[in-house]
Design a protein around this ligand. Sequence first.
Ligand SMILES: [Zn+2]
Length: 389
Amino acid sequence: MDALPTENTLSQINELIRLDTTSRDSNLGLIDLVATRLKAVGLDYTLIHNAEGTKANLLATIPALDGGTTGGIVLSGHTDVVPVDGQDWTSDPFEPQIRDGRLYGRGTCDMKAFIGVILARLPELVAAKLDEPIHLAFSYDEEIGCVGAVSLVERITELGLSPRGAVVGEPSSMRAIRGHKSMNVFKVDFHGVAAHSSLPGDGLNAISYATGFARFVDEVSAELRQGPRDEAFVEPTTTMNVNRIDGGIAVNTIPSLCTVFFEYRSLASVDREALTGRLRAEARRLEAQMQQVHPAGRVEFTPMAGAPGLDTAADEQIVGLSASWGAIAVDEKVTYGTEAGLFAAAGIPAVVCGPGDIAQAHAPDEFIELSQIAACERFIDRMIRSLSR
Ligand SMILES: [Zn+2]
């Protein structure tokens, strides 16, 4: 029979699930809970709020036995979950339920089980005679494009913590993932001029230019399909697509506004700035064309979210360390993005390794196998032992 997690771990996870931290809402309830747990074992923490003060990242360091707080390992996780809107759930998504060896609930897999395991191990973490510190980095707004982790990683750098590695506990079925693509989302607003559709000469058709831009995105996308390639990915090339277009108000009105949303996910070898620059230049070219027809023509190019890719070398310490703690070594790279790229970009080598299967993330009836939670417990226990004297 598969190993089962402890009652304590399950109750920590359940408490986290019961706090609805859908990204559009505040995560402060959950942050309060984590803060309470940290205080209970005598640990300090730092909160890094968003501009509105409605959300926060939490950073805490369990110092080494000699009091040292620099170096060491980061355990990182995001506190938010995706919405359940429009999803058909068998049980209340915010009331965790065990059925057939699985724990069901929003965030069970992505990724409150990982955080729950850490909370359950806090007493062991502070009691351990650590040779080097362990840092806990819990972020907000990961699910809307790794937003919160930016200031969290910045703070780690500002504080000079210089960890030697990070484990990002996104669901990977406890495999140590070394690579994923970057994620980049853009919104491009085409502002034309409205007119009666019988008098197109009086207007400027925003949709016409927006569709021109969408075709350009497809052209660049086709070019990217030619290479570079990385066969470790299911989709071996950089991908780019238009995923949404909003425009027009009526069948007899020249549309004054059309918005194109596109994204790309690039290989580490692709220069993101240069690639984004090409798209930006096309938007400017179309804007100039629009202005030749009507001076009110305008194109607004807005990056909405972006996170760097991950490409950790197989010989980085964190890869060997995580394997020694029980992570399954793999060469394949994953299709989903994580905060690990932000750590890597800040000079902190990172792997993605957490309990649960990404296939269940974001889905109705999200679940995690109890055996995966137990595997994560073993991983954390081994990590504590290996970093202790
Ligand atoms: Zn996640």
